[in-house]
Write a protein that binds this ligand. Structure first.
Ligand code: GDD
Ligand code: MN
Length: 366
């Protein structure tokens, strides 16, 4: 390869890694000595000022730059944006906290440059020579479960599909971007499962290091997002994730409705109509907040004004949905004279689709 052509981009997703960026750049500089590389940090506007720290490094070393995303969060989507922002033919993704072994990078690069048929090199904790370092029992068990699930989706013999450390041909990613889910932490799994024909990969072992600065962002929300992403890959084409979540929350809302109605009507002796109105408002409010934090978490409404407006629109949409529900069920029941349960279900289905389509457009459609 001509020495002054850019060979490699190293994409580093960061959130609150200020204390780590300078060390990481120094280590990349050492590991990739003699190679033509650049580092692209993708920072989600970290409150600790990570982006600014990278900019300061970038003035000294022009190979280093940062994409500072405002009002967005997410490891996978950050990696995707970073990978799309380079002219280098090959791109690596590595964590910003030094838990991945950057000394593997030159060998990964050699492997891809030497073999045209090779698409991806995966840094692997779960093959001979690799390891998870100082993980406790709990994390080992959770990781093993997540890895088993992911292998089932992947249908390929890859030891560590959950790895966040890999190198790939940029053009492959660019082609796959429209079909990537971009949800959660599992960017590699996302890429591998999105590819129309299986990608050629090899694994290189490394030992996951212990974090010394800052803290992990892998929490319950991330775990939930992982399950969502798996669902999306397995059944997403049949029933879209968002609609499935919206419906599940709707079912919970029906439970809330019955609970409140029972308490007010049976226990407190309120009139049925008043109790029903209160129960309905309760259930709609419950659904609104749950959908706002889960189903539409990346477009979440915040602050009093946004929440109030969103809530009002949501209630209006759902009220029309309820009328559609009754109308549909009554129509089927009276005209078709079919099974009353089928009529009821058809009514619920119509209302669910109506509520989903209109609220995603008008309540959360910014
Ligand atoms: N831009 C951006 N946005 N970066 C993020 C975000 C985010 O929302 N969340 C985390 N990061 C960055 C972190 O700053 C870090 O550089 C890297 O992504 C990994 O995040 P950690 O929070 O350190 O993750 P971990 O060490 O618990 O998980 C690692 O191991 C998993 C397997 O067990 C990661 O490598 C995962 O990708 C991997 O699947
Ligand atoms: Mn980490």
């Amino acid at each position: 390869m001509t020495p002054d052509l850019l060979e490699l981009a190293v994409v580093v997703p960061t959130f609150n890694e200020r204390a780590n960026v300078a060390t990481l750049v120094a280590r990349l500089d050492q590991a990739l000595a003699g190679r033509n590389w650049e580092a692209i940090f993708v920072d989600d506007d970290s409150p600790d000022g990570t982006a600014q720290a990278v900019r300061e490094l970038g003035r000294i070393d022009k190979r280093v730059r940062v994409i500072q995303r405002i009002g967005r969060r997410g490891l996978s989507s950050a990696c995707i944006e970073g990978m799309c922002a380079t002219a280098a033919p090959i791109v690596a993704v590595i964590d910003g906290d030094m838990q991945h072994d950057e000394t593997l990078l030159p060998r990964m690069l050699d492997a891809l440059q030497a073999d045209e048929a090779l698409d991806v090199v995966v840094g692997s904790r779960f093959c001979a020579g690799g390891g998870t370092g100082e993980w406790d029992h709990d994390r080992v068990a959770k990781s093993a479960l997540a890895t088993r699930l992911s292998r089932r989706v992947l249908k390929a013999d890859l030891g560590d599909p959950m790895s966040g450390f890999f190198m790939i041909r940029t053009e492959i990613v660019r082609r796959l971007v429209p079909t990537l889910s971009g949800i959660g932490f599992k960017i590699l799994l996302d890429i591998l499962t999105a590819a129309p024909k299986p990608l050629n990969f090899i694994e290189m072992p490394y030992v996951f290091r212990t974090r010394t600065e800052g803290e992990s962002k892998l929490d319950h929300v991330v775990a939930m997002e992982y399950l969502i992403a798996l669902y999306d890959r397995m059944f997403g084409k049949v029933i879209p994730v968002r609609f499935a979540m919206f419906s599940a929350i709707g079912a919970l809302g029906a439970g809330v409705h019955f609970l409140v109605l029972g308490v007010l009507f049976l226990l407190a002796g309120m009139s049925f109509v008043t109790a029903t109105v209160i129960a309905t408002v309760f259930a709609m409010t419950f659904n609104f907040f749950l959908n706002n934090t889960l189903t539409y978490r990346e477009r979440r409404l915040k602050g009093f004004k946004q929440l109030l407006d969103g809530w009002v629109i949501f209630c209006v949409v759902c009220s029309v949905g309820a009328i559609a529900n009754v109308g549909m069920a009554a129509f089927l029941h009276n005209v078709q004279h079919g099974d009353w349960r089928l009529s009821a279900m058809a009514g619920i289905a119509v209302a669910a689709v109506w509520n989903f389509v209109l609220s995603s457009r008008f309540t959360w459609g910014r």
